[in-house]
Each structure stands twice: as C-alpha cells, then as structure tokens.
Design a protein around this ligand. Structure first.
Ligand code: ADP
Ligand code: MG
Length: 557
C-alpha cells in the first residue's frame, strides 16, 4: 500500500477520489499521508465523474479508487464514460486474489474485474505483486494522457496490496518515467493538403469540439479565426474556446454552416450522432478538414478530404506556419451574411426570453433569464450542466467566454454526472462552480451534495424542479394508479436536503429571488443549494433529441 501511495505521489497526482472499504481503506489513509488529497464520496460513480472532470480540465489524469465487486462496477461506469469522452483518468480498484478468482473458488467479492474492465478502457493492468505497482501506475498515466486520452484500469489485488517488503527494496522500485506525454507531429503533406483546401474555400467554417478545449488550443484558434476571418461553430463543451458572442461566432447559424459551407475544418470534434454523422443536412459537396490525434477517427461516417492526424497543438502550429503569407478565397458576403443571420436569430431568441420572463410559475427560460446575466458577468465560474430541457436551454441561453468552463453530459448524453463533476471541477481548479441540474438529473448524484458540504467546496447547485423527466405532467396508462414513468415530485423541496448537510439553501419561485440566491451562492464560495420551482408543464420530451425514440408502429409504412 505504501508503494501505491508513493507511486501516485511520485508521478504528481494531487487528488484521489473514491469510496473506501476492504481492501483499500488503509491505502487511502496512506495516500492522505503522502499529502495527496483524498476526496471521499457516497457513490463510486460520482467519484469517477470527479476524476474524469479533473482529467478533462487539467490534462492530468484524475484518479478514482474503488473497492472490489460492486464498488468497482459503479466506478467503471464513469471510467467507461471517460474513455468515450476522451478524458484521461485512472481507476484503481481493490480486487480479490486472482488465483482464487481464476479457480472460481467463491472468494470475498469475487469478480474477474480485470477482464470486465478491459473492453471499456484504453488499457488495463493487473498487479499481483507489489513490485509491479510503480510501473503499473506510470504506464497507466502514460496511457491515459497519450494519443487519444481515456480511462485506464488498474486491478490492485489483495496480494499486491498486502505484500510486505522491506523499505530499501521498495524504494528501489521507483523510477522517473521519461517524456510521459509525448505529442506526435502530423506529416507535412497532410498539412499542405489541409492548407490548400482551406485557402481555396469560398464559404469556410471551423467546427470546434471539446478535444480542442482539452488540447488548450485557444490561442492558436484565435489566431486562425481572426487572421483569416473564418467563422466558428462550437460543440457544447467547446463553448468559450472563442467567445460565444464574438463577431465571427456562428453559434446561432448552425444549420447554415452545415448546409452552405463548402469547407469545414473540424478541430477536436467527432462527426457522430451529435453532428448528424456529417451527412443528411450537410452540404453533400462539403470538403472536411479534420484534425485529430486518432487515425481511426478519420472517415468514420463521411470521407475526410484532408485528415491531419497528430497532436492538435502541433497540427495547428504547422497549419498556421503553412498558411503564413497565403490569402483566403472567401466569398465577400459569406461572413457578413452569417452575421446578418445571427443578428436576426439572436433577436428572436431574445424575444423568446422576454416572453418567458413573466411566466408564472416559472418555465425553464424564465429561470434562465435570471441566471444568464449572472453567469455571463462571472465568466470564471465553471458551469456544470445536465438534464434534458435544462441541458438544452442552459446551453443555448448562457454564453461562455472562457475555455474549459463548461462540463456537461457530453458524448453519451448521460444523466448522472452532476455532483461528481462539480466536485472534480472545484477540487482540481479551486474555482467556483455552478451546477444547473434538472430534477431528474440531480437524483442520480444528489447524495454526493453531502460531499460538497463535507469538503466545504465553492459549489452552488441549482435544481430546476418541474417534477419529472422531461416534465411533470406524464399521464399514467389507465390500468394503474401509480405515477407515470416520467413523473417525479414537483412539490419536492430539494433545498431541505441541503439543510440536512448544513448548506446555505434557498427555495425560489420568482426570477428575482433566483437572481438574489445565485448571486449570494457564488459570492459566498460556500456549498449552496437552490430549489427552483418551475411549472410542471415546462419542458418537452428529450429536449432536442426526441427523434431518437423508436418509431411507433403506425408510422412505419
Ligand atoms: P465533441 O463532443 O465536442 O464533438 P469529441 O469528444 O466528440 O468532441 O471529439 C474530441 C476529439 O478530440 C476526439 O476525436 C479526440 O481523439 C480528439 N483529441 C483529444 N485530444 C487531442 C489532442 N491532444 N490532439 C489531437 N486530438 C485530440
Ligand atoms: Mg425535470
């Protein structure tokens, strides 16, 4: 256990998130003893979300520690989610003696965790001997941050944890790994090809994904956008790499970019379901330039005219160098046309806001009319956001102006990342955090609000209570008196849950009260919980993704 704690310390881990029990309790104490912060959670999935969020925000892998069997599996959901989202993290789980697991002897919490984790992570290691622990930790770190980042698993078996070694031998196990993150440069022909296509574009655009935020490309992207006057469209977690309300922001012209651009430079985003797989709506003659570290991401759903495979920082440097002295062929009315469209769309959106302001009980947009100006005046606050309508409306309403200040349900569009991500963001950055949560979304991680309180973190949790999944007006089928599957409790007082753990709490029914409460929460830098009373009929199914439901039989012809 000492070897594990020292290995984590040596590689520069500052925080470990987890939930202890046999066989990792002692290890957690020893980790604390090394001066590493151990943040103890109430549910492993949330500890994993915290580790993943630390990884995304800092570029250093977050570390999750779990007990064997169920604890391991609860944590693995977050590690799998991290892998899907390209967040670097390491899950270290206590595990039974593999010799007994392999012989199916029915030992305590028996599960072949190593092979269970393997298909869901980038790399997996099993330590049966203490001597292997440092190398496992260092290799896990290297695997988590290198190439496409992701989740890595270490099976820390009871024999390895409990092995007794003399200190002199133990101290010989440590080494300093060389070049633990080694960015790989793109080949120069691919850079030339990308530049040829970009400079011949009549209607160019840049599509920014969270990979670009993770790779800290903001300065390079600013140069590219401003020097060559290319409009940009951010994916949700890429908001703030460039300001959402900047003159070249095409945030409100998404459809036009998809339909009318002739060249789109995709930087750290995937042409997956969130982007209609790059087909359908998209201009069929589109030429995509795609920057990605993962060659297997190229041509996934549409042929890519100019793939630039390599570390995006180095790719951007090479592209900016190759562009130097060249001029663009952009149509003279392309940017001005987008700007005119944005003006109209933004005015429409503002009108929708104005109309929502007076709705009582409040609707999502009513509440957001109070929240928007406060968050925009505090750009340094990290925004955590999950829900259905709560996600869509908050993303659309709140402009971001700094990179890596928005963390949401991301690629899988999951629920159940809120409290963990808020904790990870606060612990990893020391910044204030506001989590805007649907009432259903909050339910998945609500108990870990108590972790926010125990660690006295500067987190304000805002719960949009419309009493249900999508909304609170689901009608049960006639054979039951039970609530409908989508119905929760629109009268629930989530603020009282905060009272139980000593938080500062508010129950608000008007935008004015909400505004006061949110300002107080942020200014206090104390754990704060705000229950926002919405109308039960505010919100619709799946926000913008209802089309993903199975089609009802009668509509299939
Ligand atoms: P979004 O959801 O915002 O579209 P995705 O997570 O789908 O973003 O895409 C992020 C992409 O960024 C992934 O394909 C990943 O391989 C890539 N990526 C992440 N880090 C780097 C990096 N340092 N260099 C190059 N590509 C990276
Ligand atoms: Mg709801």
């Amino acid at each position: 256990m000492y070897v594990l704690a020292r290995a984590l310390k040596n590689i520069g881990i500052d925080n470990v998130y987890g939930l202890v029990g046999i066989p990792i309790t002692e290890a957690a104490y020893l980790i604390q003893g090394q001066g590493i912060r151990f943040v103890g959670f109430r549910h492993e999935q949330q500890a994993g979300m915290a580790a993943a969020t630390e990884g995304y925000l800092t570029g250093k892998p977050g570390v999750l520690m779990t007990v064997s069997s169920l604890g391991f599996m609860n944590g693995l959901t977050a590690t799998a989610n991290a892998t899907v989202n390209c967040y670097p993290m390491i899950q270290i789980s206590g595990a039974s003696d593999p010799a007994m697991v392999d012989m199916n002897m029915g030992t305590y919490e028996q599960l072949d965790q190593f092979n269970t984790a393997k298909p869901l992570v980038k790399a997996a290691f099993r330590c049966t001997y203490a001597k292997d622990i440092p190398a496992a930790v260092y290799r896990a770190y290297r695997a988590a941050v290198s190439g496409r980042p992701g989740g890595v698993y270490i099976d820390m078996t009871t024999p390895a944890l409990g092995e007794i070694m003399n200190k002199v031998d133990a101290d010989k196990l440590f080494y300093t790994p060389v070049d633990i993150y080694s960015p790989v440069a793109p080949n120069s022909r691919s850079v030339e090809r990308a530049v040829e296509i970009l400079t011949s574009a009549k209607r160019p655009a840049i599509l920014l994904g969270k990979g670009a935020a993770y790779a800290r490309l903001e300065d390079k992207i600013k140069t590219l956008v401003e020097k060559y006057q290319i409009p940009y469209l951010p994916m949700s977690m890429a908001k703030g790499i460039m300001p959402d309300d900047g003159p070249l922001s095409a945030l409100s012209c998404r459809s036009t970019i998809m339909e009318k651009s002739d060249v789109v430079m995709v930087i750290g985003a995937r042409l997956n379901w969130m982007l209609s797989f790059g087909k359908g709506k998209w201009n069929p003659d589109m030429k995509f330039i795609q920057l990605d570290v993962a060659p297997e991401e190229i041509d996934v759903n549409v042929p890519i005219a100019a793939p630039v495979v390599g570390d995006m920082g180095l790719s951007m440097d090479a592209i900016l160098d190759a562009l130097d002295g060249k001029s663009m062929a952009t149509d003279s009315d392309w940017v001005s046309g987008l700007q005119a469209e944005a003006k109209i769309k933004n005015a429409k959106f503002a009108k929708r806001f104005e109309e929502a302001k007076s709705m009582m009980p409040m609707h999502h947009m009513t509440a957001l009319s109070a929240i928007k100006p406060i968050l925009e005046a505090n750009p340094d606050v990290i925004l955590i956001n999950e829900g259905a309508n709560t996600l869509d409306d908050t993303r659309d309403a709140v402009n971001m102006s700094l990179p890596r200040h928005r963390v949401d349900c991301a690629t899988w569009a999951i629920m159940g990342m809120g409290m963990g991500s808020a904790i990870g963001a606060a612990v990893a950055t020391g910044k204030s955090v506001v989590a805007i949560e649907g009432d259903s979304a909050f339910g998945f991680s609500g108990m870990d609000f108590s972790t926010i309180c125990r660690f006295n973190l500067p987190v304000t949790v805002v719960i949009f209570n419309n009493g249900g999944i999508y909304n609170g007006i689901g009608v049960p089928m006639d054979k039951t008196t039970d609530p409908a599957p989508t119905t929760l409790d629109v009268r629930a007082r989530y603020d009282k849950l905060g009272d139980a753990f000593g938080a500062q709490t508010f129950y608000v029914t008007t935008p004015e009260q909400l505004s006061e409460a949110l300002k107080t929460g942020i200014a206090s830098k104390k754990p704060t919980l705000i229950d926002v009373q919405l109308a039960a009929d505010s919100g619709k199914e799946s926000g913008h993704i209802g089309y993903l439901n199975p089609a009802p039989l009668q509509s299939i012809t």
